[in-house]
Ligand binder design. Structure first.
Ligand SMILES: [Zn+2]
Length: 193
């Protein structure tokens, strides 16, 4: 078996997604942004934790439930400290729980900004495997990302896909969203932008 050169691209989200839901003040469905702050409420030994979102029009708040009525002894002390300190990693972890947010809101606006960072030196080979490193669920389509990485149009990417230049894992198509550790092999003469 011949191993192809692996080039890793990391997709780095620059912001958390806004959610769309009813605002009590605006009396309609509006976009809310993550305030990057938890609200921790302890009553006796029972703890509630929310992540605070704010309406982009009126700053009205929505509390996104993270922990509901949990006994303090059942919360890992380090985790508890992270909630108290508004730890960014913890906030982002919850702000990207798309399934949970979709259930609680009308919709999640996934049109967030991101940067793509290449992690290995350029290689000269007629077969290269692109490795995607994507910590958060950014909802980016594979064909869109490939167009960006290769510096070509999306229609050209789709034409190359038809010509079977890209090798994707089984059951993954060009229209699917990128996932962490996704491997895409590019056959033939690969000209990078
Ligand atoms: Zn509002």
């Amino acid at each position: 078996m011949r191993l192809s050169n692996i080039v890793t691209y990391e997709i780095i989200a620059q912001e958390t997604p806004n959610v769309i839901r009813n605002c009590k003040n605006c009396k309609q469905s509006t976009e809310h942004y993550c305030s990057d702050k938890f609200r921790v409420n302890a009553n006796q030994k029972i703890v509630d934790i929310w992540l605070i979102y704010k309406c982009i029009h009126c700053e009205g708040t929505w509390n996104y439930p993270i922990l509901s009525r949990v006994h303090v002894n059942r919360i890992d002390p380090i985790q508890h400290q992270k909630f108290m300190n508004n730890d960014k990693e913890t906030i982002w972890h919850h702000a990207f729980q798309m399934k949970k947010l979709r259930k609680l809101c009308d919709a999640v606006n996934r049109d967030i900004s991101y940067v793509v960072r290449k992690e290995s030196p350029e290689s000269a080979s007629n077969e290269v495997t692109i490795r995607i490193c994507c910590k958060y669920d950014v909802g980016l389509r594979i064909d869109k990302l490939l167009a960006e990485i290769l510096g070509i149009s999306r229609s050209k990417v789709n034409a190359m896909a038809k010509a079977e230049i890209f090798l994707l894992p089984p059951a993954v198509t060009m229209k699917d969203k990128v996932s962490d550790e996704l491997l895409i092999t590019v056959r033939g003469n690969w000209v990078e932008k």
